[in-house]
Design a protein. Structure first.
Length: 189
């Protein structure tokens, strides 16, 4: 599992624990119940990933923990019990690797506004290159990622103002490229 420090991982105490470790170290940590309240929900997601299932499959679109109450169960008896009566937990953690922020490819959701704007022409260029190579599925993913970046930036602008319109023009170009990929893949819906 990868944890990016500072990105508000669901179990915040793990971030604190990891920063006290060295690469290759295996440590055992006792955590009070006050720090492990969301562990049953996290554990459910991790178990589903290990089983090859989509961890968001059961998710009803509601806010925060209200999601769990739609079903009154997490689907695992031990986790349901832990949810009802939180307890201190012991975690055994092995730190396999540490990477500096510049050493890994960050996902677009973790970029700030300036980084998103800088990523758009790169993604657009990669999409164009892949399109020319006939790799339409990969090209469409690049275009889609660039569109998401721009839409995110656009939500921070007032509709129909100059900056919003500039972003809209860029989005339209990328959407047309994306549609061209769909046509090449013969996806006509």
């Amino acid at each position: 599992m990868h944890i990016i420090i500072g990105n508000m991982f669901k179990l915040e105490v793990w971030e604190v624990l990891l920063t006290s470790m060295r690469v290759g170290e295996v440590s055992e940590f006792w955590c009070d119940a006050i720090h492990t309240g969301v562990y049953p929900i996290l554990s459910r997601s991790l178990r589903q990933v290990a089983e090859g299932k989509d961890p968001t499959e059961w998710h009803v679109h509601t806010c925060g923990l209200a999601n769990m109450f739609a079903y009154h169960t997490l689907g695992y008896e031990d986790l349901d019990e832990l949810q009802k009566e939180p307890q201190p937990l012991i975690f055994v953690i092995e730190l396999l690797q540490v990477e500096a922020p510049s050493e890994y490819q960050r996902e677009t959701w973790s970029l700030n506004n300036q980084e998103k704007m800088q990523a758009v022409p790169i993604l657009h260029g990669e999409g164009n290159r892949l399109f020319k190579l006939g790799r339409y599925e990969e090209a469409s993913s690049k275009y889609q990622e660039a569109i998401v970046c721009l839409r995110n930036l656009q939500t921070k602008e007032k509709p129909w103002e100059v900056q919003w319109l500039k972003l809209e023009k860029m989005i339209n170009t990328l959407i047309l490229n994306y549609c061209q990929c769909l046509l090449k893949k013969e996806e006509y819906y």
